[in-house]
Design a binder for this molecule. Structure first.
Ligand code: G6P
Length: 614
């Protein structure tokens, strides 16, 4: 969702901005633009609807833009359709200010009305244009740029990461942040801002994370940061511990496939440091046994695939710890007057750590006295910083919009938390504890075994890609697994797909099963294998074409009912861990189907990697 990059240095800014924007493409966008401070004074702005290739063409990949300071933007439309005019940067009426923005200015209509009454005219339908116009309005009243920026920030409501160029201050640009991600990058003899590290990792590993209310003035030699009261702030600097190659395809056709294949390594990096002498340990946690003993309830809040991890967490945390656990969509939690208090632990799961709904749920829970533990992949992200405890997944940068390795590592962490809490509470028999821990350590190797069999899944996908509607059915953990399998398929292949709790089929959905309907039957949760089998029989007897997924030793029991070449298997593990393996064939199935259908796998239509608006 909207990407921002800004550069101040001595090299030509255009190509650096275009390169940075290309690395932010994965966030999702429908138009793009850049603004550069021209050496002769004034602003040069180029923007266009569509992919970055169009902007590259318009600007000769940035080389046609003269100037060493500039900002760039990829827009994911919220206010106003994706077109050239609504693309960022937005310029004020006198052409002195150019603004790029990520977020939503909620009171834009009221400000627009005010400015129109003052005689200003607007070009676009966006909320962002009011920022540029309001800035110019204050500038023309005699304010200097920074005072004008503070006045604007006091006046606007909503969320923003802003990059501002002003023709009157040719050696710097200004950045500001509230509830939308923005980092500062220090490049030695140049400095940057960006929505995330991927945009600038090629140039620097040294970054600071801007906090809400802060304003930064960036020149080639310095970055000065001020808080909401305009007091100077010294920002701590962090070193990013991954490299540019981690954010590149490395010979794979798609990031999604690369990231699927990286899962054994990501699982190893996430699990192994947290198993010591046969015990699960979370050295990063500040909560101890006493707190966990007093816990009355756990809430898990998240969006999208992270929510699906939470759905598995509900089953497993309750099963292992016997603490009542509820998983809620973050976008619903904030408006549901939830029964959360100081005895509730709220676990927020987020790959990006920037999802606005998850952040809002976190704040809502915090305001009710809950302690927040977040499971986050992006180090230093907003959710991580506002949590009482953070457990980082070590998936590395995830670029494909459809999450794969981040999902797997989140799931590993959540299961490990269940084991850790249950161990502290004495809720598990020692043998059961030892068995789960041993199986946790085996997950990377078993995941690698599943990945060794991609050809079989590819073949199956080649037989299924023409379906227009698919049902995923399963019970208990398989139901939660089906939610994610179904989401993967629909988001990248655009096939209508739904996941159902298999036991619920007969209460409605079965009316949609007719000869040829594709049903993906998940039978990996072995305690309920027989029940799952009856549902398979139920749909087959109504003509469904079934693809089944089960544990290696159980394929034989399905083969009398399901065509043998439609049966996929994963190695057997402890039942609570089965979705960690089961998800891999489902990711691959979705991937190969999308490939057959010629879809834009890494950047599916209308979707964004990081959703920073409500
Ligand atoms: C978007 C992404 C999903 C992701 C969801 C939550 O919709 O496309 O892949 O699961 O946001 O994102 P988060 O970063 O909070 O896990």
């Amino acid at each position: 969702m909207c990407g921002i990059v800004g550069y101040a240095g001595s090299r030509q800014a255009g190509p650096i901005l275009l390169d940075g924007l290309a690395r932010l493409e994965y966030r999702g966008y429908d138009s793009a633009g850049v603004a550069v401070l021209s050496p002769g004074g004034g602003l040069c702005v180029k923007k266009t609807k569509g992919r970055l290739s169009a902007l590259n063409e318009l600007t000769d990949s940035g080389r046609a833009l003269d100037g060493v300071i500039g900002v760039g933007h990829t827009r994911w439309a919220t206010h106003g359709e994706p077109n050239d005019v609504n693309s960022h940067p937005h310029v004020g009426e006198n052409g002195r200010i150019a603004v790029v923005h990520n977020g939503i200015i909620e009171n834009y209509a009221e400000i627009k009305k005010f400015l129109r009454q003052k005689g200003l005219t607007f070009q676009s339908d966006t909320d962002t244009e009011v920022v540029a116009q309001l800035l110019e309005y204050y500038l023309s009243g005699g304010e200097d740029l920074i005072s004008a920026v503070y006045k604007v920030l006091h006046r606007i409501e909503g969320a923003y990461a802003l990059g501002i160029l002003c023709a009157d201050t040719p050696d710097s640009f200004v950045a500001a942040r509230k509830d939308a991600p923005l980092i500062i990058g220090y490049g030695g003899n140049c400095n940057f801002i960006a929505s995330d590290v991927t945009a600038i990792i090629k140039y620097t590993h040294e970054v600071s994370y801007m906090d809400d209310g802060e304003v930064a003035v960036v020149t080639k030699d310095s970055v000065e940061v001020y808080d909401a009261l305009r007091r100077r702030v010294e920002k701590p600097r962090h070193t990013v511990d991954w490299d540019v190659s981690d954010a590149e395809k490395g010979g794979y056709e798609h990031f999604m496939f690369k990231e699927i294949m990286e899962q054994p390594e990501a699982l190893r990096a996430t699990i192994y440091p947290r198993v010591k002498d046969g015990r699960v340990v979370f050295e990063e946690l500040k909560i101890g046994e006493e707190y966990i003993r007093k816990l009355k309830k756990i809430y898990i809040a998240a969006c999208g695939s992270s929510y699906h991890v939470g759905m598995i967490g509900k089953y497993n945390l309750e099963r292992l710890t016997r603490i009542p656990t509820e998983t809620v969509l973050a976008s619903e939690l904030r408006y549901s007057d939830p029964l959360i208090d100081k005895d509730t632990l709220v676990i927020v799961i987020s790959q990006s750590g920037e999802t606005l709904d998850s952040m809002a749920a976190l704040r809502e829970a915090k305001s009710r006295g809950a302690r927040i533990l977040s499971i986050v992949n992006v180090v230093g992200s907003s959710i991580a910083r506002e949590s009482d405890d953070v457990v980082y997944t070590h998936a590395g940068p995830e670029i494909a919009v459809a999450t794969t390795k981040a999902y797997s590592t989140q799931l590993a962490v959540l299961n490990m938390l269940g084991v850790y809490f249950a161990g502290l509470l004495g809720k598990m028999e020692p043998e059961q504890y030892d068995e789960i821990v041993a199986e946790l350590r085996l997950l990377p190797e078993k995941a690698a075994r599943v990945l060794a069999d991609t050809e079989r899944i590819k073949y199956l996908a080649s037989r299924c890609f023409n379906h227009e509607s698919v049902f995923y059915i399963g019970r208990n953990l398989d139901y939660a697994l089906g939610l994610e399998g179904s989401l993967k398929l629909k988001e990248i292949s655009y096939i209508h797909s739904e996941a159902y709790a298999a036991g619920e089929l007969k209460h409605g959905t079965i009316s949609l099963i007719e000869p040829g309907t594709l049903v993906v039957a998940l039978c990996t949760y072995l305690p309920l294998f027989d029940k799952a089998m009856s549902n398979v029989v139920e749909v087959i007897s109504r003509g469904a074409s079934v693809v089944a997924l089960t544990a290696e030793g159980r394929a034989g029991e399905l083969s009398g009912t399901v065509e043998p070449e439609n049966i996929l298997t994963v190695p057997e593990t402890h039942p609570v861990l089965e979705p960690s393996l089961g998800i891999i064939p489902l990711q691959l199935f979705a991937y190969y189907i999308a490939l057959q259908r010629g879809c834009d796998i890494d950047k599916p239509r209308n979707l964004a990697k990081s959703v920073t608006v409500e």
